[in-house]
Ligand binder design. Structure first.
Ligand code: NOJ
Length: 549
């Protein structure tokens, strides 16, 4: 039997044995959450896995299929889990491995898969590998990291800067060399040109797959490799919020060889039917397309093709969606995450944030592709930025206060009910809960048919019950409409019309011929007076309409 065929059969057998449909991630709705901020079970003000397990019922009722958890491994907690000290354990503040196993099992009972966040580019400086590496130049782990002599005494090897401010090289007096870190000095970069690093990380992924993880979100994949010549990066005019000169990260970001590593990670994932989501910020479709490889790299590169648009603007969104679809790759739609200001605030500040929250949910859940929601979007949670430096928990913002990007505002605790701890904790929450939690919480919104939560639940139920929304094709309508984004989703003889008003002004609605509009049945609407029969003639500000034709 030819070797390729044998490999294909083996892969299929492994996948079936694991009881997994290899394409499950195309149909799934993903939900990103920060375990620290979701549900505290022991009153220490920090969310944990036992708390999350208690809330699985809520997530099942909401209708999501997979959770992406920001890092849960033991960590120095300089970057809230993105500085790992042990890749095969759970941080004691969040629980134990037994809690993780229970989470997988309880999730499985409810049809919810668990996806972990894998921090590949760097470890914590407290990780035993780094401690060993920095113990001596002769350490067998030395080459797991990037150590170099200075260009000249007191001068780092090259001009690269840390994303979190200052030089990307830190002097280690004990061994008399610099080590490289794209992020904080407490997050030394691993040397991915060392095959032992790749081998170990592949083993880490298999270890979690065997334990029941359904995949990984791969952190910072564009940072994995550096130009070995350490050539200086070109400078641009001006300075960034940390006071460093602006630069183009030509020699330490998105190097073409990273695709070989992505293929290796994918090869390890496939036998388990696992998904790889990529942290791949890009605003260009050529770059986006590259992450899919020949279907042998990432299944879900997040891209941020929509989230990078600065404001709601129907023509701009229409163009972006068309560009993504023109790549021929399976789209991923994301409006917010733990690094971005909350989407309802970004696009809805001062202008009907609830209506905007519903509109954004309707957008990502009706486009063709895989949506990734961020916890609290379904409640219309808005950003809650610290006002004083002493309130800041994210060191990135503290260091560059007040100009640097602030991430705490999008990481505040999930809002379960009114009251001091918002049902999140009986202790003092690790981040302040905003006053809006008294109106925007699960308990209040659950019973209110007009709430953002009720709208999301209906949207998710609609997506589940209509194959046209999950797998159907998408046909754009009204290509020149300045306010309304309208399209059809079609599967077999079922046709669903989606119309989204991306503007704060009402807009006439006539995407289909009048005879067809008269026969249409409205399935879900917001910001629209729904007539007894047929389609409404107008869509209100940020209005949404989904109808069967
Ligand atoms: C990207 C993560 O999303 C972010 O939160 C983190 O600070 C950096 N990578 C470093 O791991």
């Amino acid at each position: 039997m030819p070797r390729l065929r044998l490999a294909a059969i083996l892969l299929c057998v492994c996948t079936c044995l694991a009881g997994r449909d290899p394409g499950w991630w195309r149909q799934a709705v993903f939900y990103e959450l920060c375990p620290r901020s979701f549900q505290d079970s022991d009153g220490d003000g920090v969310g944990d896995l036992p708390g999350l397990i208690r809330r699985l019922e809520y997530l099942r009722d909401l209708g999501v299929d997979a959770l992406w958890l920001t890092p849960c491994y033991p960590s120095g907690q300089v970057d809230f889990g993105y500085d790992v000290t042990d890749y095969r354990a759970i941080d004691p503040a969040l629980g134990t491995l037994a809690d993780f196993d229970r989470l997988v099992a309880e999730g499985r009972r409810r049809g919810i898969r668990i996806v972990l966040d894998l921090v590949l580019n760097h470890t914590s400086d407290q990780h035993p590998w780094f401690r060993e590496a920095r113990s001596s130049r002769a350490s067998p782990r030395r080459d797991w990291y990037l150590w170099r002599d200075g260009r000249e005494p007191g001068q780092p090897p090259c001009n690269w800067q840390s994303l979190f401010g200052g030089p990307a090289w830190t002097w280690d007096p004990a061994t008399g060399q610099y080590y490289y870190h794209y992020f904080y000095a407490q997050q030394p970069d691993l040397n991915w040109r060392n095959p032992a690093v790749l081998k170990e990380m592949l083993e880490v992924t298999r270890w979690w797959y065997r334990r029941g993880a359904a995949g990984f979100r791969l952190d910072a994949v564009d940072n994995l490799l550096e130009d070995p010549r350490l050539a200086d990066n070109p400078l641009r005019p001006g300075r960034n919020p940390y006071g460093d000169p602006n630069m183009v990260n030509l020699n330490n970001f998105r190097l073409p060889e990273e695709h070989r590593l992505l293929r290796e990670l994918r090869r390890a994932a496939d036998p388990f039917g696992a998904v790889l989501i990529g942290e791949t910020y890009t605003a260009s479709t050529a770059e986006l397309k590259a992450y899919y490889g020949a279907g042998d790299e990432l299944q879900l590169p997040t891209g941020h093709m929509l989230a990078s648009l600065p404001e709601l603007d129907a023509p701009a969104f229409r163009r972006r969606i068309a560009e993504v679809e023109a790549t021929g790759c399976w789209p991923v739609w994301v409006m917010g995450n733990h690094d971005l200001p909350r989407a309802a605030s970004r696009y809805g500040a001062g202008r009907a944030p609830d209506a905007v929250a519903k509109l954004l949910g309707a957008l990502v859940l009706t486009l063709r592709g895989t949506p990734i929601l961020y916890y609290g979007e379904e409640l219309g949670m808005v950003g809650h930025e610290p006002r004083r430096p002493e309130e800041v928990r994210d060191p990135m913002a503290r260091r560059g206060w007040p100009l640097a990007v602030r991430r705490d505002g999008a990481r505040t605790p999930m809002q379960w009910e009114s009251g001091p701890g918002a049902g999140f904790t009986r202790g003092t929450p690790w981040l302040t809960i905003p006053a809006t939690a008294t109106t925007h919480n699960v308990a209040c919104e659950r019973g209110d048919p007009g709430s953002v939560l009720s709208f999301y639940r209906q949207l998710l139920a609609l997506r589940r019950s209509h194959p046209a929304l999950r797998d159907g094709d998408r046909q754009p309508l009204a290509p020149d409409d300045p306010q309304v984004l309208a399209f059809l989703r079609r599967a077999g003889d079922r046709r669903l019309l989606v119309a989204l008003n991306l503007s704060p002004r009402a807009s006439p609605l006539n995407p289909v011929p009048p005879a067809e509009a008269a026969r249409a049945k409205v399935l879900l609407a917001s910001g629209v007076a729904v007539p007894v029969a047929g389609l409404p003639a107008e869509l209100g500000p940020y209005g949404v309409l989904i109808a069967e034709l």
